[in-house]
Design a protein around this ligand. Structure first.
Ligand code: AMP
Length: 583
């Protein structure tokens, strides 16, 4: 039975380090000391949650409630806790640094599983239990905690763990804790299929790597989605794929639909459960899918059945809310354009070739309003594909996605088995980039009152699990949007450079990579200021963006690891250079 104090002490070390190697070492040493009944809870706690993203219980703990719990625990007045909170900006730090309430001498040490279960019970009571009941439960847990333990116990309910440990780091550490780095691919594959790293860890510890290698997709567990690469022109698609299937590229919500008998759940590309947002699609799936169990994927868009047209993203996105769904549904019903099938009636379809999956979709779906198979043109002729692309643009869609006919569904991968080609924006750079924010700068002049003048943005490199900076972005948003962004960033602020961030710039405010913004720029240039691309083509200088601006604000459906990759930027830079030399 591992005491929670061991976790708390490892968490403190992790939080203080700026070296990823040191992080993996600390974490693997911690994991090594855990047994199969503890490792699952411990992995969730490292992730700052009590379960996988799609099933973690929500606390709904307000700042006020946490403040009251701290007051009761420490015997200090609420006003004093509020003052301390303003100074430290974090209830965890208030508990550890300012209050330092020692546990009573007789209290038994907390075990890892005990803390996890107590927090779970607290979360489950959050919805229904009385406020005082929740405070009592939290206080009785804190009474048994050391100040360092209290810091982390408090950070879970308020969702501010901020250890700076990404999933890739946890996977490396798990591999080392049970062997060596060669286990990483099998761990990653299982994680891509179930999106539950706690479950993967428990399976590894209790049944070994062979059991992980036998992992299959399951209805009810979101599968990490497949993504598309990009190319410079349509001829390049044909060169790489030959004859391929070309589908319209819809600009809406990517939905992974899980049907289990009469139950339907819809997951976002972030593996979040978004079922409540899409009552129309839930109904359509229940009546139009001729299989009792299935996993389908598609893009949901506001659709006008009368004119047979899709609405632009700005209309579709209105569905992204928690209230007024019924009104939004009545005004702009959605249609799911189904483009993939991962599971149907007891058969895992992910290893089947694209064409077989598509053929099964056609027999699986009944005609109806809310659900339809996405059309596809099968062609190896660049002129024909170009005409198809232009038809999509004329219909108000974003472009096309070409798919290799014999390719399996590659969970969690971005490869040239899917290639997207979008409508050209003006300028040399045709596409926007999704960049993770790693820091921000206070505003100057007219921007001073906003408290933010620019954000430091980074690309991601999965291989090294690093965020490398590419641009300082200072325009493209209204003042209100900047203020809203700053408020969100403050929640992820950290006192030093996060361990996974590579930067030559030292912004006044570092943030744990959490939020992703969509950025457009005139071109990619070489610049010594940033770290993205350093070493690419043996170049000591990195890449930068010329005139970058935020075009669509925070991309709620992206996690920082979904940001545009360093490799993509290097490729875009190459394409740009080639286009120039031809011109
Ligand atoms: P991007 O978000 O620009 O990386 O483009 C990939 C996204 O396009 C996917 O994540 C889907 O949400 C969306 N998409 C739209 N239509 C399709 C399609 N026919 N096949 C695959 N993805 C599509």
């Amino acid at each position: 039975m591992t005491p929670f104090s061991r976790l708390a002490s490892a968490f403190s070390t992790l939080e203080a380090t700026s070296s990823r190697t040191a992080m993996v070492a600390t974490l693997s040493a911690l994991l090594k000391s855990l047994d199969e009944d503890e490792v699952q809870s411990a992995v969730y706690l490292v992730q700052g949650r009590l379960g996988p993203q799609f099933d973690a219980p929500q606390f709904g703990f307000s700042e006020k409630l946490t403040t009251r719990a701290l007051a009761e625990w420490s015997g200090r007045p609420v006003a004093e806790i509020e003052r301390l909170y303003r100074t430290h900006g974090d209830h965890g730090l208030v508990a550890e640094k300012a209050l330092r309430v020692e546990k009573t001498g007789r209290a038994a040490p907390l075990s890892t599983v005990e803390v996890y279960e107590a927090l779970r019970a607290l979360a489950e009571a959050s919805g229904s239990g009385s406020v005082q009941g929740k405070i009592n439960a939290l206080v009785s847990l804190l009474r048994r905690a050391t100040p360092e333990e209290a810091k982390y116990i408090l950070r879970i309910p308020v969702g501010r763990m901020r250890l700076g440990v990404g999933d890739a780091t946890i996977m490396d550490a798990l591999a080392i804790s049970r062997g060596d780095k060669t286990l990483r691919p099998v761990i990653e594959r299982a994680y891509n299929l179930c999106s539950d790293l706690g479950l993967v860890a428990r399976t590894l510890y209790s049944a070994g790597p062979k059991a992980l290698a036998a992992f299959k997709v399951e209805v009810g567990r979101p599968v990490k989605m497949q993504f598309a690469e990009r190319v410079k022109d349509i001829a390049d698609i044909v060169r790489r794929m030959g004859k391929c299937a070309v589908e319209p590229k819809y600009d809406g919500f990517r939905c992974q639909v899980h049907k289990d008998g009469t139950g339907v759940r819809i997951f976002s590309r972030n593996q979040e459960d978004n079922t409540a947002m899409f009552p129309d699609i839930v109904r359509a799936v229940a009546t139009q899918v001729k299989a009792s169990r299935a996993i389908l994927e598609g893009e949901a868009l506001a659709y006008d059945a009368q004119t047979d047209t899709f609405f632009p993203f700005q209309v579709t996105v209105q569905r992204k809310r928690t209230h007024g769904i019924a009104e939004a549904e009545a005004a702009y019903p959605l249609r799911l354009n189904v483009f993939d099938l991962l599971y149907a009636d007891r058969t895992d379809m992910t290893c089947e070739p694209y064409q077989k999956r598509r053929a099964r979709i056609r027999t699986l779906l009944k005609a109806g309003a809310g659900l339809a198979p996405a059309p596809a043109l099968v062609s190896g002729d660049a002129d024909e594909i170009t005409r198809y692309f232009e038809t999509q643009i004329a219909d108000g869609l974003e472009g096309i996605v070409a798919k290799r006919l014999d390719s399996p569904y590659e969970a969690g991968k971005r490869s040239f088995n899917w290639i997207k080609f979008k409508r050209a924006y003006h300028g040399a750079l045709k596409d926007t980039l999704d960049l993770a924010i790693v820091g921000y700068f206070a505003g100057r002049g007219a921007r001073a009152k906003l408290g933010i003048g620019a954000v430091l943005c980074a690309v991601y490199d999965a291989k090294s699990d690093r965020f490398r900076t590419l641009a300082k972005v200072a325009s493209g948003q209204s003042d209100d949007a900047w203020i809203a962004l700053r408020t969100r960033l403050e929640k992820h602020a950290v006192s030093h450079r996060p361990a996974r961030v590579d930067s030559r710039i030292e912004p006044p405010y570092w943030v744990e990579p959490t939020l992703v913004v969509e950025v457009f720029a005139d071109e990619i240039t070489r610049s010594p200021v940033h770290t993205a691309g350093v070493g690419t083509d043996d170049e000591p200088t990195g890449f930068a963006l010329r005139f970058p601006r935020i075009v669509r604000g925070v991309r709620e459906d992206r996690q920082p690891e979904d940001a545009t990759t360093e490799r993509e930027v290097a490729r875009l830079f190459g394409l740009q250079r080639r286009a120039r030399s031809k011109a």
